[in-house]
Design a protein around this ligand. Structure first.
Ligand code: HEC
Length: 147
């Protein structure tokens, strides 16, 4: 009788865990791809990113992100259309590897995730409650899509 009771409790626990996992996946979207429209950064993060952008990027990419003669813009349709089908992780990685041009290592990966948040906000993608993590594999879950 006692063994039977324990067994019942075990089954119940297993069912409970499986249920929790399924719910977690549905909520976090672990299984599915999300997009830049899904509120994937916070306003505070974009504010921090703006400060770093002003100090290290705007000299070349311009205060309004419109770029220059030989420097590409980081705002507007030309920019976002170019990135459609790609991911936020790739944009992050691009900045990690090659920007600022003279010395990519001078800005930390965390600060670069903040800059990505600032770029997303400047392009009209809405803020939310979770910050972008400074990890390309995590940010690869978020795609640029046209709308
Ligand atoms: C010395 C000038 C200079 C500075 C400073 C600089 N960039 Fe750039 N950036 C460029 C040039 C030139 C290119 C295009 C050639 C290339 O990709 O190397 C570029 C390309 C890029 C691209 C690729 C755009 C696209 O759509 O393909 C991104 C993103 C970018 N820069 C972000 C940044 C960020 C963020 C910073 C600050 C941390 C920064 N850059 C600082 C000159 C600069």
């Amino acid at each position: 009788m006692i063994a039977f009771g324990v067994d019942r409790i075990k089954k119940w626990l297993v069912a409970g865990c499986a249920g929790g996992l399924t719910m977690g996946m549905a909520w976090g979207g672990v299984a599915g791809q999300r997009t830049v429209w899904d509120r994937i950064y916070t306003d505070e993060q974009a504010d921090r990113g703006e400060e770093v952008y002003r100090a290290t990027c705007e000299g070349c990419h311009a205060p309004d992100l419109s770029g220059g003669k030989v420097v590409p813009e980081l705002i507007g349709e030309t920019f976002t259309d170019d990135w459609v089908g790609s991911t936020v992780g790739r944009l992050f990685e691009r900045i990690v590897v090659s920007m600022p041009e003279e010395n990519p290592a001078s800005v930390s990966q965390r600060q670069k995730a903040d800059i990505v948040a600032f770029i997303l906000r400047a392009n009209g993608f809405p803020p939310g409650r979770h910050e972008l993590e400074p990890r390309a594999d995590v940010l690869d879950r978020f795609t640029f899509d046209s709308r």
